[in-house]
Each structure stands twice: as structure tokens, then as C-alpha cells.
Design a protein around this ligand. Sequence first.
Ligand code: SF4
Length: 238
Amino acid sequence: MTATQPAPHPLTGQPFTSPVPPGTGWPGDPATARTPRARDAEQVQRLASGARTLPVLDARVSVCRACPRLVTWRESVATTGRRASFADQPYWGRPGPGFGDERPRLLVVGLAPAANGTNRTGRVFTGDRSGDWIYAALHRGGWAREPFSRHAGDGQHLDGARIAAAVRCAPPANRPTPAERDTCGPWLDREVRSSPRRCASSSRWAVSASTPSSPPPAASAGPCRARDRSSATGSRRR
Ligand code: SF4
């Protein structure tokens, strides 16, 4: 997919082509031009398990190209398929890595990014209605600095919490395939191993993805336990 003519970032004004090349100054971009890219499921597994920190994991997620259908879709939306109301903005056009605390106690897991949300803004569940609900709930619970998340670079900050998706690229019709979920799973497995005490999930798929088989689900001894969405509204002080 051909990159577009540069357009100004809506907050910083810096011009970017779409999809955004890694390491070119997009707010919060965790990657550089040298970040290794996964091009198949085996490479996702190797790069995820070898990420020693969550920032390294985020960088690797953000340049992943392991699912051909999703790569084609996310980049086609970013170049020729933008929503009319965002046509003057650059689109991130890359996977949405997790966002939030590097040592989370709470991990919120959704299904997948939106084509004109994360795929535009570069931050998970940002710029769409699902994000409005999630970040407002986290703010009420004392986990988020702001009750909204509008765009990477808007000053939002999570303390003790992290948000991630079971599938990191926007899928056509908001429906990733089971194979795509499985290919993307090692990224989330690695995030779950960052030792959050609680997981909150907003869909059955995300619930199943946030309780990986290795290590086993936390119902007995694992580091994280799938919870229903009410967990996201709980106070951090509980
Ligand atoms: S869905 Fe996950 S595994 Fe597939 S290309 Fe996106 S980040 Fe990579």
C-alpha cells in the first residue's frame, strides 16, 4: 500500500505520511526504524517471548506484519479508506500496542482496535466510542489522569493500569478470525506475564485470550484472572 502525502498531526502539527514510519516522531511511538518486525506466527512467538520489558514489547507489537489480511486492511484504511471526517489527518496505520503502566496491577483487555480509532490515533481504544467508556471508567476508579483519550499526545496517563487488545490490528467488519487471534496471542501472553493482579475484559474473545494456557489461567495460581467488565470501574484503592 502506498504511503499518502504528509498531513499534520492533529495535536502537534508535525506532518506524517500514512501509515506512520516507525521512529519519525509520532507521540508515544515506541519503535524505531531498527525495531525487529514479525512477519509470521513463529516470529511473533519468538519476539514476544524475548521482549524483556513492556516498552520493548510495545515497540515490537507496533511494527508487526504477521497477519496479511489485517496488514492490508489497516493500511488500506489509512491510505485510501479514511473516514471523511478524518480525511485531513494522518493515520497511524500500524498495530496498537498496549498503553499504560509498565508495571500494571490492572490489565484491561478488549477485542481489537477500530479502523478509525486506534488505527488513526496510534493509541489503543482511542478515538472511538469504546475508548470513551473505558477511559472514563478508569478515571472514575482513579487509574487514569483524564476521563478521555482522544489522541496519542493528549496528556493521558495511566497509573497502575494498562489497556491492551487481544488482536492488535483493526480487522475488517471488526471481526478477526480465530487464526488471527491465535497469531496475535503471544503479544498478550507476554503482557499478562507483566504480573497484573487483575484483568478486565469486554468480550468473551478477549476473556479467553487474556487467560493464556501457559502459564495457566489465574483461577488458581496465575498472575492474572479474566474478569467481567465491572472490574474496570472498580476503585484502585480496593
Ligand atoms: S493482529 Fe497481531 S499478530 Fe497480526 S499483524 Fe497485527 S499485531 Fe501482528
